[in-house]
Design a protein around this ligand. Structure first.
Ligand code: IPM
Ligand code: MN
Length: 355
């Protein structure tokens, strides 16, 4: 089969981790006779430097005409402490979400038994944690209008806006995930305060009627933040709106101590985007030390969800597990005898070719 992949490496460690993902994709292409066509596009701070636009039209067209988007990271410290900057790398990410209709961000949070000691929580609490975190990505306070400042500059406002269909499609997707898992779904909201949350609760409750086998419960976001730390094992699928999901998915990502290993998929109306959940890690850029496993596992999600190549997806996951078992890992996981980013990528590509 032939597949067209848009490669958006972005900033910081983006290019070096994406290189490893490409090695893995090529190894699978060779082994299973698939043809993968890569086209690179600019996004983030590098795109601003070269074109003045964090998401040039050319990049957007490339994404739309591809079967999947492989995304590295965006963000550059030179913009972080400058509230006056007119264009920021993050605007590229938000525009891409909106333009591609990436309505659901899917992040599996799982434990790797050999890494459990890296968790900031007690072993008993994190053992066996397996959460599917689903965040709505194109609505809510991130995109609601009006947004701005009063004329005198002394008042500012953001609007949290949701329509029923936006809630329906993401909750339905979450229900489909739950059906293939432990059939439990927790809808996180703030329905005791927010009108949008009351719409979420009502809409989710109606969708639940389509899935009589599912157990759906509702939880306020403050309580959910607490329970994620106290008893993460109670969760199966979590679905929530954009801003709550932004915060809770960062919280969830550190539970298992494997931040550098966690992948994500942003499901689009036509094309979907696959990226590791860690950021651009500018301190490590160009040093060949960053952990490429989150990106490689994002490729596994791409094979599964965008290409429907389930067997190949499983092989990637196995290869990653083997590299961890062999302790052939970057310095975040092994300080005493670290391997470089490219060594880990080579090891995994080689494992796939030889198995
Ligand atoms: C994320 C990031 C973005 C977000 C930023 C960079 C705009 O934190 O992907 O979670 O808030 O959605
Ligand atoms: Mn975030």
């Amino acid at each position: 089969m032939d597949f067209k992949i848009a490669v958006l490496s972005g900033d910081g460690i983006g290019p070096e981790i994406i290189d490893q993902a490409i090695k893995v994709i090529n190894a699978l292409g060779k082994k299973f006779n698939h043809n993968f066509h890569f086209t690179h596009g600019l996004v983030g701070a590098v795109a601003i430097d070269k074109t003045g636009n964090p998401l040039p039209a050319e990049t957007l067209d490339l994404c739309k005409s591809s079967d999947a988007v492989l995304f590295g990271a965006i963000g550059d410290p030179k913009y972080d402490n400058n509230p006056a900057a007119k264009v920021r790398p993050e605007q590229g990410l938000l525009a891409m979400r909106k333009e591609l209709g990436l309505y659901a961000n899917v992040r599996p949070v799982t434990t790797f038994p050999s890494l459990i000691d890296k968790s900031p929580l007690k072993k008993e609490i994190v053992q066996g944690v397996d959460i599917m975190m689903i965040r709505e990505l194109t609505g809510g306070i991130y995109f609601g209008k009006p947004q701005g400042r009063s004329e005198d500059g002394n008042t500012a406002y953001d609007s949290c806006v949701y329509s029923r269909f936006e809630v329906e499609r993401v909750v339905r997707l979450a229900c489909e995930y739950a059906m293939k898992r432990k059939k439990k779904i927790t809808v996180v909201d703030k329905a005791n305060v927010l009108a949008t949350s009351r719409l979420w609760r009502e809409t989710a409750g109606n969708i639940a009627k389509e899935y009589p086998e599912l157990a759906m419960d509702f939880m306020f976001v403050d309580n959910a933040a607490m329970q994620l730390i106290q008893w993460p094992g109670r969760f199966d699928v979590i679905v929530t709106e954009n801003m709550f999901g932004d915060i809770l998915s960062d919280e969830a990502s550190v539970l298992t101590g494997s931040l550098g290993l966690l992948p994500s998929a942003s499901i689009g109306l036509s094309t979907s985007v696959f990226e590791p959940i860690h950021g651009s890690y500018p301190q490590a850029a160009g040093k060949n030390i960053a952990n490429p496993l989150g990106t490689i596992l994002s490729v596994a999600m791409m094979f599964d969800l965008a290409f429907n190549l389930k067997n190949e997806a499983e092989i990637i996951k196995t290869a990653v597990e083997k590299s961890i078992e062999a302790d052939y890992v970057t310095e975040d996981l092994n300080k005493a005898n670290p391997r470089s980013t490219s060594q880990v990528g080579d090891w995994i590509a080689d494992y796939i070719l030889k198995r």
